[in-house]
Design a protein around this ligand. Structure first.
Ligand SMILES: NC(=O)c1ccc[n+]([C@@H]2O[C@H](COP(=O)([O-])OP(=O)(O)OC[C@H]3O[C@@H](n4cnc5c(N)ncnc54)[C@H](O)[C@@H]3O)[C@@H](O)[C@H]2O)c1
Length: 255
């Protein structure tokens, strides 16, 4: 029996990378339904094939999670169909090319904050509305980054957004933990997903430099290694863990 047997789960950023691997891990751990949310329709279909091969019920929701009406609609669709939501993994995000702070364009700043921070606020807002009505315990896991506690060079807006995700997580954990809703955040190091590779599949220069700077052994992290921690934080095995920032980088950052 899996550790998430019978749970109703939702994953954003499910079309690729960490989100896809976590959807697969959730299915292997016995969730009874998984809502796959992403802006990339084709990518969600590929993930749904993986989940379907594991004989797990799924629904696909093509939505930009930085848009309030689309987030509200997505959560309503899940609740209308399944009556409750037990697990939410708010993971969708983007990256930009590096830029010196004083050269950062306001348009890039706004896009980053909306996609990587406002989306987490919106998802948690509508998840909480429904989780509060449920008798069962719920778990929320958000995706930040090592840039959620130390600055990523040339990425002031990414750093600010990911610090913000840690703050939102603590706020929700403090306010709703006593009501049976836990909220934790993962802070991955450099994970081998499309985010860190160029169009030809090579590591970007920035990723190569980051790997040298932060990895204790020069190894990229596999998305499925991140998924393992998300499963644990979503399960009863971590029932007393709330409001915590879990760095998953092989020991690059220690504090
Ligand atoms: N890859 C890394 O090294 C790394 C390190 C630390 C943190 N992270 C974080 O992990 C999360 C997942 O990234 P990944 O590495 O799997 O990258 P990825 O590019 O493989 O996946 C990100 C997914 O988010 C989706 N997405 C982007 N904007 C969206 C929006 N507005 N609405 C809905 N979906 C949207 C994309 O379509 C994509 O499927 C991100 O939040 C990222 O910042 C990644």
């Amino acid at each position: 029996m899996g550790v998430l047997e019978g749970k109703i789960a939702l994953v954003t950023g499910a079309a690729s990378g960490i989100g896809r691997s976590t959807a697969e891990a959730f299915a292997k751990e016995g969730v009874s339904h998984i809502a796959l949310v992403d802006i990339d329709e084709q990518g969600i279909l590929s993930t749904s094939k993986i989940v379907s091969d594991l004989k797990t019920s799924f629904s696909t929701h093509c939505a930009d999670v930085s848009q309030e009406d689309l987030v509200e609609r997505t959560l309503n669709e899940v609740i209308d169909e399944h009556g409750r939501l037990d697990i939410a993994f708010n993971n969708a995000g983007i990256n930009h090319p590096s830029s010196r702070f004083h050269e950062l364009e306001i348009g890039d700043w706004k896009e980053m904050i909306e996609t990587n921070l406002t989306s987490v606020f919106l998802c948690m807002k509508y998840e909480l509305i429904h989780m509060l009505k449920s008798d069962t315990k719920s778990a929320i896991v958000n995706t930040s980054s090592g840039a959620g506690i130390v600055p990523a060079p040339g990425q002031a807006h990414y750093t600010a957004a990911k610090h913000g995700v840690v703050g939102l997580t603590k706020s929700v954990a403090a306010e709703y933990g006593k009501l049976g809703i836990r909220c934790n955040v993962i802070l991955p190091g450099l994970v081998d997903t499309p985010m860190i590779r160029d169009a030809s599949g090579e590591l970007t220069d920035r990723a190569r430099k980051t790997l040298e700077r932060i990895s204790p052994n020069g190894e990229l992290i596999k998305p499925e290694e991140i998924a393992e921690t998300v499963v644990w934080l979503s399960s009863e095995g971590s029932v007393k863990v709330n409001g915590q920032s879990v760095v998953i980088d092989g020991g690059g950052i220690m504090r």
